[in-house]
Design a protein around this ligand. Structure first.
Ligand code: DC
Length: 226
């Protein structure tokens, strides 16, 4: 059997899907594409242009006209890729707490999802891609050759986030991070359109007690089986 050409990886915040998706793409020589950055880019642009994130019409219009580019090789400052919105480098600003606060709301709007889904399908059409998000296997690429859904408990994901923050030399509050994690899960799961659920034919990987290497091995094993 030939290698799967389109691989969809979905999962919750801090489930490890981005790190694993990037490593897998590197091993396969595929393009890695993290769709979360597109929702973050629209949210960043909404705030930058001083629009009201609750104004569905204005936010939708912006999502339909904003040019988002994701380039694989950025400057050597630890980034996996460079994100541009209408030509402006927003790779780091899209990770700000302000963007975190509003990204769930912005990504709940149907026209925002339609605009970004269409772009994501165009990007994936060339194949040899690992596309990561929340609704890739269910909505964006229902015909993907391999669908994986990464799952980890909120407690484990909060511990991972704490370690990441501590590694940057900053103070991390586990209880606050856990509460925020649960809130975001709730919003992502209860979204009326594209809620975060595994596709019926997705392989579910529980990562709570697995190392990065162990999950990567499982993924590579799955790829050989497809
Ligand atoms: O994976 P992330 O944390 O960068 O995603 C940011 C937000 O974007 C998250 O709240 C859910 C949303 N998102 C989405 O609705 N659909 C996707 N395919 C990817 C992300």
């Amino acid at each position: 059997m030939s290698k799967p050409s389109t691989i969809a990886i979905d999962g919750s915040a801090a489930s490890g899907k981005s790190t694993l998706g990037a490593l897998l793409a590197q091993r396969l020589g595929y393009l890695y594409f993290d769709t979360g950055v597109m929702y973050r880019a629209v949210t960043w642009a909404v705030l930058d242009r001083r629009l009201d994130p609750a104004d569905v019409e204005a936010v939708s219009r912006l999502a339909e006209t904003l040019t988002i580019e994701v380039k694989s090789n950025g400057p050597d400052d630890g980034r996996l890729y460079t994100v541009l919105a209408d030509g402006q480098d927003i790779t780091w600003p899209i990770r700000s707490p302000q963007v975190e606060t509003f990204v769930s709301l912005v990504s709940s709007y149907p026209r925002v999802r339609a605009a970004l889904t269409a772009q994501q399908r165009r990007i994936a059409a060339a194949g040899s891609i690992v596309m990561v998000g929340r609704d890739i296997g269910t909505v964006v690429l229902p015909e993907a050759d391999l669908k994986v859904f990464m799952h980890a408990s909120a407690e484990e994901r909060a511990r991972r986030r704490c370690r990441e923050i501590a590694a940057q030399g900053k103070a991390a509050n586990y209880d606050e991070i856990l509460a925020a994690m649960r809130e975001r899960d709730k919003q992502d799961q209860e979204k009326p359109i594209s809620p975060m659920i595994p596709a019926a034919d997705a392989v579910i990987i529980e990562t709570d007690h697995l190392s990065l290497e162990a999950v990567l091995d499982r993924l590579e094993h799955l790829i050989r089986e497809v």
